[in-house]
Design a protein around this ligand. Structure first.
Ligand code: BGC
Length: 953
């Protein structure tokens, strides 16, 4: 990188900051943030050798861990006595703090493990024991499920009419049970083909939504584990569950729109009738155990208040039918029927249609081949938003504005006469005349209904089995104008811990950052979806691979992607390709083309990225055979080592004005996947494979150069995306990198300093420009407010990232795309965020897991941007698996100042803009005289320093 701002005087001040040192931790290291399988105190772990991780903290510079000692015990009392009856690792020399496999005695099924550790610092000083953490083991293994899959007797015909919606009521299941003795522990394991919400003694068992998550239910069903010790008591109890269609038998994606699925009705992709599986394990104080499991003794009713419950279409609740005590002991289940074993509903044959043709399927119950503990973070409501409004443009139509485009549901609070039916519609935008815009939702009804029971004190309700992508909420059906309190926004998403913050001198960029994070959360709902509002919400692979690196900056997504990679592998086509989206209930695109270049490569790019960021080699091992099969497919379909166009031809999807041939794009992605596969093979010790893929990469590169590259560095494909892909994927020989990137910069200039790139070209565009000496141009594009740009969206009121550059334009408003597809919450173009962290704030790693950090702040040159004042300060933070990294730089009065923090047990290389002869300081001291810093090089206006952990100015 050739940062052209060497003219300014650089004062690098580095002062040890001890100000907030805690007295009790004046020296040495403390172990904190204990995690098991990437989660805090997880329940229901399946792996017999779960991986333990922690962070070490210190107030001293240059601190590192030199040894650790882990204790794992089966009771808290054992651990308190410093006895690890399951595992006492002894003192182990070394500095790793992440992904340490448990290596103690075999832990029985449902076992409880308490653990803690101590660490030794660089001077061999020993820490105190950490706080205690825990995990529990799941149900899989030798212990068979005692529970049976149960259903309601279902004699309804399979829907055949595409013109109307088929929205069955949710089913309520219950049974009473007595717990004879004092209880030590109670755990419940639950799953559904469909969605379930579990209750015990009148209370919801957890705050999770959309459980047990989406999977290919024929291959696996997830189960969740909850500790319900506090909810079960000696004496009479009741357990119950509400079960809805969910992804199993509800509407999925655009199935209805295009006529896919059984009878082409867009629903019942996996089966016709939802089923429940629940197993409560009670451990009494005297050591005896009792199991309360779903079986035909449970009662079931579909006469409850939830009259419709569909993820995409919405939910309908009739409060007049409420039976508040339905899950309390002693409830008279009058009119309820007996549940039946799910298989007793028999088979339901139907013709299933999608682009691969018509085939007969049986939509009766099929036992999932495998039960798997849910490995992702739970979907939760994490935030409430106060609405503004309502406006009443048309009598009786009340519209509320949340001020931001999110995904989730609302809490409705209304008062009125019994039987009043409120219709609740959701939209991302309003028409210019103030009407709710729903055209872009396509066939997603995205409407909820609430019928009042007529409580004089008012009534409150939230849907449970649906979610919407929305900013605006429209209420109709109320006789009087409701108050502001009638609508509260509830933001729902997979609860991935947030890990980033970003601010700089350009307010547009700051709003963009918020929009990116908001859009990420709106689309990380069990799987990475493309959009949360229309009839789609699928795990589109091209979007996921584009965005995964950004996702890792903004949240801890290791567990989230761990779950989804299983869905990806289970969706792999028999011939080796990864499909267009995962899970893959129906084939789309062109007939018999179930994959597309760059979409299919997500099966390689995502695990590679997770490994790089979290040092997670187990994810590689878990999917290695599948990834190899994918590479074999790629090799078999690319005999000339060049790209092919035999898949779905999305290519540089949603580019503006330039089309890059799909064969070219494919050659680049083939090379890219091969390179990443070679890296991953090396990372898990598959040296022979690493060599094979390395050789293949050389062959692809040679073929690519022969086919597309001219001796002067220009390409035979004259698009911005062609240059960006060739450069970012390392396909050009070193001597052609500069001419090619100069040519790219020229093309952008000739295009009026505007991008012409789509999903694939935009993500690497700014990184390529920065890496090849065109950082000022990258910053200029980043800060642009001209169409098409991120700034144009923000300047036009975006609170989320739009699907297309022209989702809205001043000239055409929404007119161009609303009829087809126009989402205002699509994360792919938000992938610029990785550049914001890596190249603007300058926070990156060159090895797995941020153990060695690269800090390369990227101020643009003074006066380099004729459109907008170039950014002159940035403050960014990122919580890596080793702890918080801070990069804060500013340029003012001829001085460049950098404040950095890197966590204990890491080191960093810092690249500073500084010409020869600059006055380089750490705090008040000349840098050369600082023992905490080594100057390792000076080239091209940049000084390279090595530092140990700590805070420096
Ligand atoms: C989705 C995209 C996806 C694409 C495939 C769209 O409908 O919303 O984000 O990648 O299809 O071209």
């Amino acid at each position: 990188m050739n940062l052209p701002f060497a003219r300014c005087i650089v004062i690098l001040s580095l002062i040890a900051i001890h100000a907030d040192a805690h007295a009790e931790n004046a020296t040495g290291l403390t172990a904190t943030h204990l995690c098991c399988e990437n989660r805090v105190d997880p329940l229901g772990i399946e792996d017999s050798r779960p991986r333990l991780s922690w962070q070490v903290e210190s107030n001293e510079r240059g601190q590192r861990q030199t040894a650790y000692h882990i204790l794992v015990a089966s009771t808290e009392a054992e651990l308190k006595g410093d006895r690890g009856n399951l595992w006492d690792s002894g003192k182990i020399a070394g500095d790793p703090t992440a992904q340490i496999p448990y290596a103690g005695k075999p832990i029985g099924e449902q076992g409880v493990c308490f653990w803690k550790l101590k660490v030794w610092d660089k001077d061999n000083r020993e820490s105190a024991w950490s706080a205690t953490a825990r995990w529990t083991m799941g149900l899989t293994g030798t212990h068979a499920w005692a529970a049976r899959w149960i259903s309601q007797t279902d004699s309804s015909p399979l829907p055949i009419d595409r013109k109307m919606l088929h929205l069955p009521p949710a089913r309520y299941y219950r049974r009473d049970f007595a717990a004879a003795k004092p209880i030590r522990r109670a755990t419940v394991y639950a799953s559904a083909l469909g969605l379930y919400e579990l209750h015990l003694n009148g209370q919801r068992v957890s705050d999770h939504f959309l459980t047990p998550g989406w999977s290919d239910y024929l291959q696996r069903a997830y189960y969740n584990t909850f500790d319900v010790t506090a909810l079960v008591h000696s004496g009479d109890n009741a357990i119950g569950a509400i079960v809805a269609d969910g992804w199993y038998s509800g509407y999925v994606g655009y199935g209805l729109l295009v006529g896919y699925g059984p009878n082409k009705v867009g629903r019942c992709f996996y089966g016709k009738t939802p089923a429940l599986l629940a197993q409560l394990e009670i451990e009494y104080a005297d050591g005896s155990r009792e199991i309360i499991a779903s079986d035909p003794t449970w009662k079931v009713s579909d006469n409850g208040p939830i009259r419709e419950a569909d993820i995409i279409m919405g939910e309908s609740f009739d409060a007049q039918r409420e039976q508040p005590d339905w899950c309390k002991p002693g409830f008279k289940a009058e009119g309820w029927s007996n549940a039946i074993p799910a298989e007793d509903n028999g088979s339901t044959k139907a013709v299933f249609s999608d682009v691969t043709g018509d085939r007969e399927v049986d939509l009766g119950f099929h036992l999932p081949k495998k039960m798997a503990a849910y490995s992702g973070p739970a979907v939760r409501i994490t935030r409430e938003i106060k609405a503004v409004g309502p406006t009443e443009n048309k009598p009786g139509v009340f519209i509320y504005d949340l001020g931001e485009n999110v995904a989730g549901v609302i809490r409705l609070k209304v008062k009125g006469a019994k039987g009043t039916k409120v219709q609740i519609r959701y939209g991302e935008m309003l028409h210019p005349d103030g009407r709710l815009m729903t055209e872009n939702l396509r066939r997603a009804r995205a409407t909820d209904y609430y019928t009042l029971r007529g409580d004089p004190d008012g009534e409150t309700w939230s849907p449970r089995f649906t979610y919407h992508g929305f900013q605006y909420v429209e209420l109709t059906g109320l006789p009087d104008k409701p108050g502001i309190e009638a609508v509260t926004g509830l933001v729902m998403h997979s609860d991935t811990p947030l890990t980033s913050s970003f601010e700089c001198s350009d307010p547009i960029a700051n709003q963009l950052f918020k929009n990116i994070v908001r859009t990420q959360l709106a689309n990380f709902i069990d799987i990475p979806t493309d959009c949360p509002q229309r009839d789609e919400r699928l795990g589109w692979m091209g979007d996921a691979q584009t965005y995964v690196r950004t996702a890792t900056y903004n949240a801890d997504v290791e567990a989230f992607f761990t779950k989804w990679m299983d869905d990806v592998e289970e969706s792999q086509r028999s011939f080796g390709a990864y499909p267009d989206y995962a899970p893959y209930p129906m084939a789309h695109g062109e007939a018999r083309k179930s994959w597309g270049t760059a979409w299919t490569d997500a099966g390689i790019i995502c695990p590679w990225t997770i490994w790089k960021v979290y040092d997670d080699t187990r994810l590689i091992e878990r999917h290695y055979d599948s990834m190899k099969r994918f590479m074999e497919f790629r090799m078999a379909t690319s005999p000339k080592n060049l790209g092919v166009s035999i898949g779905n031809p999305w290519g540089d999807w949603l580019s503006l004005g330039e089309i890059t041939p799909v064969e070219f794009v494919d050659a680049c992605f083939y090379a890219h996947s091969t390179k990443l596969m070679a890296d991953m093979a090396g990372a898990i010790g598959r040296e022979v494979d690493a060599k094979t893929y390395g050789k293949l990469l050389a062959d692809i590169t040679a073929a690519f150069n022969k086919e597309y590259v001219r001796p002067d560095g220009s390409l035979k494909i004259e698009t911005q995306t062609a240059y960006v892909l060739a450069l970012s994927m390392g396909l050009l020989p070193p001597k052609l990198i500069q001419p090619a990137s100069d040519h790219l910069a020229e093309m952008i200039g000739k295009n009026g300093f505007r991008m012409a790139t789509g999903f694939l070209g935009t993500k690497p565009l700014l990184p390529v420009l920065t890496a090849t000496g065109h950082h000022d141009l990258a910053v200029r594009l980043f800060q642009s407010r001209r169409f098409p740009s991120w700034g144009y969206e923000v300047a036009n009121g975006a609170t989320s990232v739009w699907e297309r550059w022209d989702s809205y334009t001043k000239e055409d408003a929404f007119g161009k795309h609303n009829a087809a597809m126009n989402s205002f919450s699509h994360y792919s173009f938000g992938a610029v965020c990785e550049w914001m962290f890596e190249s603007l704030a300058g926070i990156d790693t060159d090895g797995p897991g941020f153990k060695h950090i690269v800090l390369r702040p990227g101020p643009p040159s003074i006066g380099s941007n004729p459109d907008n004042p170039p950014i002159d300060w940035v403050k960014a933070e990122y919580d890596s698996i080793h702890g918080k990294i801070i990069s804060q730089w500013k340029r003012a009065n001829g001085r460049f100042e950098l404040n950095v923090t890197i966590p204990a047990n890491t080191t960093a290389t810092v690249y500073l803009p500084a010409a020869k002869g600059s006055n380089l300081k750490e705090g008040d001291r000349a840098i050369e005289r600082n023992a905490d810093i080594q100057i390792v090089g000076m080239e091209g206006g940049t000084v390279r320093l090595n530092i140990g952990s700590g805070t420096y100015r």
